[in-house]
Design a protein around this ligand. Structure first.
Ligand code: C5P
Length: 227
């Protein structure tokens, strides 16, 4: 199965002068950690990395652990980048075949979580890794006061990888784009298209590195967790 890796974000919130995926962490670039984890998984056949047009920082990998690494240019929104990645896959990857989508910015994903996702979500309409919400959730008013407490039951945080059939996911993302809906993950596009992706609980250390604090945590986790 191929994995599309959107890496076309500007990602400057973490600090520094370059997108977060190109910051060094624990001995190599953040994106190299992510790609290496994915390439280690026996169920993943190749990686399609989506870069921002004119990206000059990409380390130019063409294979990893014997698996092909290809690149294509992304778009303005994450959804455009994922669509570009799906389009760039070889015609040999059928419309009915499953593909994974994994954020370049999640280097700490665990291989056994990827295995569980493939096993559980591969049987149905697809699914995603996530974790049930543990904190109390507040809705803020316009001036930052707590206006409402949202019920916590059945609320999940959504991670990646997310896994869907190539054709169904492409269609769902195109439809969301046609309707002008900004989808923040693939599962949201699938929900809008009437599907019900399976939520597969994964380790909470599969963080999306966004801030300087996340960066420090990822550095610690990369040193600690077995992939
Ligand atoms: O910005 P955010 O952290 O939500 O991005 C999640 C992932 O999507 C990152 O790996 C980022 O590089 C990617 N992305 C992309 N194209 C965009 C925006 C984000 O590939 N236009």
């Amino acid at each position: 199965m191929w994995c599309v890796v959107p890496a076309a974000g500007r990602g400057l919130r973490v600090g520094g002068d370059r997108p977060k995926q190109y910051l060094p962490i624990a001995g190599r670039l953040l994106i190299e950690h992510t790609l290496d984890r994915l390439a280690r998984h026996p169920g993943i056949a190749g990686l399609m990395v989506v870069l921002s047009p004119g990206d000059e920082l990409w380390p130019g990998l063409s294979s990893l652990r014997g698996k092909p690494v290809q690149t294509t240019a992304g778009g303005a929104e994450r959804c455009d980048s994922v669509l570009a990645g799906l389009r760039a896959l070889s015609p040999g990857v059928g419309e009915a075949e499953h593909v994974l989508v994994h954020d370049a910015a999640r280097p700490c994903v665990r291989l056994d979580d990827i295995s569980r996702l493939i096993e559980l979500a591969g049987a149905g309409e697809g699914g995603l890794l996530g974790a049930p919400l543990r904190d109390t959730l507040k809705r803020a008013d316009e001036v930052g006061r707590s206006a409402l407490t949202e019920p916590r039951d059945r609320r999940w945080r959504a991670f990646t990888p997310q896994m869907f059939r190539r054709g169904a996911l492409s269609e769902a993302l195109r439809e969301a784009s046609r309707r002008g809906v900004t989808v923040s993950d693939e599962a949201m596009a699938m929900e809008l298209a009437g599907h019900a992706p399976l939520l597969v609980e994964g380790a909470e250390d599969n963080i999306k590195v966004t801030t300087a604090a996340d960066f420090a945590l990822a550095e610690f986790l990369l040193g600690r967790t077995a992939p």
